[in-house]
Ligand binder design. Structure first.
Ligand SMILES: Nc1ncnc2c1ncn2[C@@H]1O[C@H](COP(=O)(O)OP(=O)(O)OP(=O)(O)O)[C@@H](O)[C@H]1O
Ligand SMILES: [Mg+2]
Length: 231
């Protein structure tokens, strides 16, 4: 078997006054996997994404990305260029004045010319049904519009792995369907957090549940295939 894109070994994390959110959790993401990550409110799903990308500093265990053990910030910087994280709250993600600038920011940061970055941003917005929004002011957008713009910003970077924290939140039926169609056709491995089983089952081929600090294999995705053996 190919080496995993991301691997967690015995990852534990506790917040003050909350106690353990992750307790010796183990997990592997392989190429081609589209994983549904579920769990109760407050189970620690968002925390897991932030630990995986080094936004939170792990307390115990190992995070291995693309074969590299990530210990300190300097290890996480290059991996964050290869992993696209969609924040649960779009307001944590949007920071440029206009939509086009926000979506072009990632490609520019990855070394594309201004012209290339703008073209990628326009194309990505069109693909998500958001053409016409280029010059709109990001902080004036509606919740669903902000969600689609943040998705465009993540996809424009063409990351090798996508970590999507409740991507369908606030979307109307049309936007939700466009999102499903887009995620179905993307070749990248991804982990999607959502509380909508119907949304997840249309995209994912594996299901993991976070419960009492452990990551558990579930068999409830419609297209589910046998889970990749752990260990
Ligand atoms: N900075 C913090 N300090 C203390 N406790 C925190 C902090 N951030 C999160 N928590 C707590 O840690 C737990 C996990 O939070 P997290 O946001 O990861 O949950 P989640 O599974 O993403 O939930 P949801 O489905 O509601 O988004 C929650 O009980 C939360 O209250
Ligand atoms: Mg969350």
């Amino acid at each position: 078997m190919q080496s995993p894109l991301i691997e967690l070994k015995n990852l534990s994390y506790a917040y003050p006054r909350r106690g353990k959110v992750l307790d010796q959790a183990n997990f592997r993401l392989q190429r081609g996997e589209k994983i549904a990550l579920t769990g109760d409110n407050g189970a620690g799903k968002t925390t897991l994404f932030h630990l995986l990308t080094g936004l939170l500093k792990k307390q115990q265990g190992e995070v291995i990305a693309f074969g590299q053990c990530c210990e300190q910030e300097s290890d996480f910087v290059p991996m964050r260029a290869r992993i696209g994280l969609l924040f649960q709250d779009p307001d944590d993600q949007l920071f440029c004045p206009t939509v086009l600038e926000d979506v072009a920011f990632g490609p520019l940061n990855l070394g594309k010319s201004r012209e290339q970055a703008m073209q990628i941003a326009r194309d990505t917005l069109t693909r998500l049904g958001m053409s016409g929004f280029e010059e709109r002011i990001t902080h004036q957008l509606s919740g669903g519009e902000k969600r689609m713009v943040t998705l465009a910003a993540v996809l424009a970077m063409e990351p090798e792995v996508l970590l999507l924290d409740e991507p369908s939140n606030a979307l109307d039926q049309k936007a939700r369907q466009r999102l499903i169609d887009t995620l179905q056709t993307l070749p990248q491995a991804m982990i999607i957090i959502s509380h909508e089983p119907d949304f997840l089952s249309q995209i994912c081929n594996r299901h993991i549940r976070l419960e009492a600090g452990k990551l558990l294999e579930e068999r409830s995705c419609e297209n589910a295939r046998p889970a990749v053996a752990a260990g």
